[in-house]
Write a protein of this length. Sequence first.
Length: 366
Amino acid sequence: MTVTSTPAPPALPGAPAGWPLHDTARRGFASDNYSGVHPEVLAALAAANGGHQTSYGDDDYTARLKAEMERLFGDGVESYPVFNGTGANVLSLQSLVPRWGAVVCAQTAHINVDENGAPERVGGLKLLSVPTADGKLTPELIDREAWGWGDEHRAQPLAVSITQTTELGTRYSIEELRDITSHAHSLGMKVHMDGARLANAAAGLGVPVRAFTRDAGVDILSFGGTKNGMLFGECVVALDPEAAHGLAYLRKMDMQLASKMRFVSAQFLALLEDDLWLRSAAHSNAMAARLRAAVEGLDGVEITQETQANGVFAILPDGVADRVRDRFKFYDWDAKRREVRWMCSFDTTEQDVDDFAAAVREELAR
């Protein structure tokens, strides 16, 4: 079988001899972090590169970004560009809870599984995780760990962290989010949203992003950019600044204060211009839907989660995943049950999806 893909781009003028070092025709479904940078974001970086600008956020691009965040979320929000998602999450949670505080989260949450203990080691807080079937919390699940206030022997549950969309590719509805935030606030707890794939949720819900964040009661947000076409960078948005404390100081302490911040802010501005962030996310969602439709009827393929964003989760017969991986890279999600995760990106093409689905069919037939 011949696997076709998009043609390799020409070498950039001024690039070192022999570059690029990788096979630019190689495609995969391992992670939306594997994709390159959106051309419009690269162009914005180049345009922002001329001349000198004041460092540490006192620049024209960061000022414009603050205005754009207020346009999206309403007057009075505060925005803090940072380097990466882990930094955004740690910074957000630190601002919500004191040293004796704890955060309730899903067992599958990125802060619990994929951040090497940074929220606890760097943030100085305790994570209280609960198992979920679909990556989503509910008021009832939160109550499993939301107890023990006033008990000096127990870390105090003072915040809830939810992920939109979740690590399992599922999406909270506005009603589900309101139930969670209302319940948490009634208990005196604050709410953080990990929005590494916030754009995918916004594109899928088809509503203004404010509707399922600030208006739904979320106190602070990690606004993702890297998984949606940026080179690097996320943005912490204090939707209720009175709920978050010390963000400016914590950002520096957490080594998330960029000296040349204009290059983080310029990327976000490029994404927000003409809703590029939503168009890119809608495309990656559509490619995931196309992939699911291509494989879910195949004998031996069991889809394990709803496909509500840009990921497809499936169980394959023994040995199939490894053989397909000879041609397309992707990760196991739960190796014990042969469950895999396939992620689509802003630059995933229909041909990429069709070639991959053909490879799965071919290996299933062996």
